[in-house]
Design a protein around this ligand. Structure first.
Ligand SMILES: NC(=O)c1ccc[n+]([C@@H]2O[C@H](COP(=O)([O-])OP(=O)(O)OC[C@H]3O[C@@H](n4cnc5c(N)ncnc54)[C@H](OP(=O)(O)O)[C@@H]3O)[C@@H](O)[C@H]2O)c1
Length: 393
């Protein structure tokens, strides 16, 4: 069965593209640990043109190596049924004014087409709130979803749900912590053991910590989870993303990058104190980490816009567990008008699997909008990129 973009599931639920020659990468090369370096030299103004229509990257026939220790729940080995997808709400197909100056504006062939059911989508933070609803929706639409949790109870709950009532095409990594570079790479290994490609990566995991917490890498937690994790995970999954033409990267950001809950407006990064060691303000730390994630989004679009479709979004204010460490009354007051996770999940899923007409854009749910002025600072983006490469080892 050939799906709309020519991607054909084989008997293992993997895919191949009819008659397509591998463009840049050997079809037989197994996923390698990646850094962004090899392709990271394209300057925004040098961005190469979009891939020619029909150019595809053939998916390798063989699945990746055995499960890493600790991997808990493998996807079923039988072919994932290619269900018709109902989730693909088309997002704007016009180039939008939200594109950052210098972004690789040429859209890749394939971006305007919904991903075929059966394609693999990786979602971080799939054990709670928004991420859990995105997992549910995508799995229900027939995608192969791979996710990870940190809290054993939540992981177990998701697994039980999957086992009894939920779709079976969800793989859950055993308890995994994405706050360290090693944790991200370990999750990427789990992913590589489950699938031979990643058609979409949704960097969704998030925290809001009232106190300053330092990770095992010595980084501040907001910075680590919202910025370092998407950076390292995208890098580590790059070989698998490259195996799907015009694979998508969706960064779940926040309007908080622009106005923090503490009232900071258009905050900038403090490069002398990226880890918030001086006078930790939880709202400012959250805002700045989301700003860092947005700078990363735009820089990724500039550097890799010839092979990935990269966008970010604010999902709305959503009734989730993000405020779990805050006083209940305070959280309840803020959530009076909040969206349900099920409602908020739609635009996130659509940006990952639906036809997408933007590259390096920021959405307020389904609408492309301009982000804060500091988020378009290309010097800051490039400086942060270099620092993050050094921080992630
Ligand atoms: N809720 C809102 O109003 C709102 C508004 C704007 C943006 N957002 C963004 O939406 C995203 C989803 O958050 P949510 O509101 O759905 O919150 P949530 O209910 O607290 O879910 C957060 C998810 O991230 C996971 N996570 C956190 N730290 C992790 C780590 N170190 N390693 C692995 N997984 C980790 C959590 O795993 P565990 O279950 O194991 O803890 C959980 O699955 C976040 O990026 C957040 O910033 C939310």
């Amino acid at each position: 069965m050939t799906l709309r973009n020519g991607w054909t599931p084989d008997s293992n639920g993997h895919g191949s593209r009819d008659g397509a020659a591998a463009e840049r990468h050997s079809e037989t090369t197994p996923p390698q640990p990646a850094t962004f370096a090899p392709l990271g030299t394209t300057s925004p103004t040098e961005a190469a043109p979009a891939l020619p229509a029909g150019a595809g990257i053939a998916l390798p026939a063989e699945a990746a190596a055995s499960l890493p220790a600790g991997a808990a729940t493998a996807l079923p080995t039988a072919a994932t049924p290619a269900l018709p997808t109902a989730a693909a709400t088309a997002l704007p197909t016009e180039a939008t004014p939200a594109l950052p100056a210098g972004a690789a504006t040429a859209l890749l062939a394939g971006a305007g087409i919904a991903l075929p059911a059966g394609a693999t989508v990786v979602v971080t933070g799939g054990t709670s709130g928004l991420g859990r609803e995105v997992v549910r929706r995508l799995a229900g639409d027939g995608y192969r979803v791979i996710t990870v949790g940190r809290d054993p109870t939540r992981v177990e709950a998701l697994r039980i749900q999957r086992g009894t009532a939920g779709p079976h095409n969800v793989a859950i990594a055993a308890v995994g912590d994405l706050s360290t570079a090693a944790g991200c790479r370990s999750f990427a290994e789990f992913v590589a053991a489950q699938t031979d490609h990643v058609a979409a990566l949704i960097n969704n995991a998030g925290v809001m910590s009232p106190r300053r917490v330092e990770t095992a890498d010595g980084l501040e937690l907001n910075f680590a989870v919202h910025h370092l994790a998407p950076f390292v995970l995208t890098s580590a999954l790059l070989p698998l993303l490259r195996r799907f033409p015009a694979a998508r990267v969706v960064n779940v950001n926040s309007a908080g990058h622009q106005t923090s809950l503490g009232g900071h407006h258009n905050p900038t990064l403090d490069f002398d104190d990226l880890q918030s060691r001086r006078g930790y303000d939880p709202f400012l730390a959250y805002s700045r980490s989301k700003l860092a994630n947005l700078l990363f989004t735009y820089e990724l679009a500039r550097r890799h816009g010839t092979e990935l479709v990269v966008n970010a979004l604010h999902p709305g204010v959503v009734r989730t567990d993000l405020g779990r460490q805050w006083p209940r009354l305070q959280v309840a007051a803020m959530q009076v008008f909040a969206l349900s996770p099920a409602r908020a999940a739609g635009p996130v899923a659509s940006l990952a699997i639906g036809p997408v007409g933007t590259q390096g854009a920021y959405y307020d749910r389904s609408t492309p909008v301009r982000s804060s002025p500091p988020s378009y600072d290309r010097n800051a983006a490039s400086h942060l990129w270099q620092l993050t490469e050094a921080l992630s080892g």
